[in-house]
Write a protein that binds this ligand. Structure first.
Ligand SMILES: [Zn+2]
Length: 273
């Protein structure tokens, strides 16, 4: 009676035509230095991703094939050496035209509950969807507007990897052979140092304060929590490894072991040719 189950196959990939693939991935910083074979593997991974995830636009936003491919490419760069299974257990990618402001109840230190409506560029739910503002997605791909290292898709999908063992706390499930103590030490030292730097910058007079925050090697938002530090460091790892690696070498090393990629070496090899 359940014979249909036996005959059921994993959905085949959604083919991405070569020219569209090139155009959709050309603007992304993480593609710098990537060889043709790796780019092809990334494309195949995106074809699988498109087959298993559902995209939906809100406020009548039409999610076009190039938009889907651009988002898939950024999501899949994280799992190029891990496999698409790291994104199993949920299925929806919801796209708002711009930033969204969901109403949330937040309890303050005194136990008083407030209603907040903070504008958000993206959000990842435990066991649920990834939600993205397309305006922010497009920003990372626009050479004239982008802030180096800012990539909302990589950020939210890093949270998704972190959530594979519960709430996002900056401690995703590590591979066999990785040392959890080395991970904890690298991240806790870097996080403490970064929080100190952000706080010092924020104490400066207004104009100098902004300049000091802009000069930090990663987005100051990383100082929010250990979970945010991991997501922001992941953005920098793929987008601006040349800034992250010298600033926090042991974090870079742990991310290199976790993602099984070395974006800084890709850049160096590209510069040498
Ligand atoms: Zn976040």
């Amino acid at each position: 009676m359940f014979s249909w189950l036996r005959g059921r196959r994993a959905p085949a990939g959604v083919p991405i035509e070569a020219d569209l693939w090139r155009r959709s991935t050309a603007p992304w910083l993480f593609m710098r230095g990537m060889g043709a074979a790796d780019s092809e593997r990334l494309r195949a991974l995106c074809e699988r991703f498109l087959a298993i995830k559902r995209f939906a636009g809100t406020h009548e936003l039409e999610v076009t094939p190039p938009m889907r491919i651009a988002i898939a490419a950024q999501a899949c760069i994280l799992v190029l050496e891990l496999g698409i299974d790291w994104y199993e257990g949920w299925s929806d990618v919801i796209i708002y035209p711009g930033q969204f402001a969901p109403e949330r109840e937040v309890e303050d230190d005194a136990g008083i509950v407030h209603l907040t409506r903070d504008a958000m560029a993206g959000e990842a739910w435990l066991g649920g969807p990834v939600i993205l503002s397309y305006e922010d997605v497009a920003l990372a791909g626009d050479e004239r507007l982008r802030v180096a290292g800012y990539n909302v898709v990589i950020h939210e999908f890093a949270h998704k990897l972190d959530m594979r063992n519960g709430d996002p706390n900056g401690f995703p499930p590590l591979h066999r052979g990785m040392d959890p103590r080395a991970w904890r030490l690298a991240f806790s030292e870097a996080y403490a140092d970064f929080v100190r730097k952000v706080e010092a910058a924020e104490r400066l007079p207004k104009r100098r304060s902004q300049a000091a925050l802009d000069a930090l090697p990663i987005d100051p938002y990383a100082a929010e929590s250990a979970g945010e530090f991991f997501a922001v460091a992941s953005e920098a790892f793929f987008e601006t490894p040349e800034l992250l690696a010298p600033a926090y070498p042991s974090v870079y090393e742990q991310l290199r072991l976790f993602y099984r990629q070395d974006p800084n070496a890709r850049l160096a090899a590209r510069a040498a040719t």
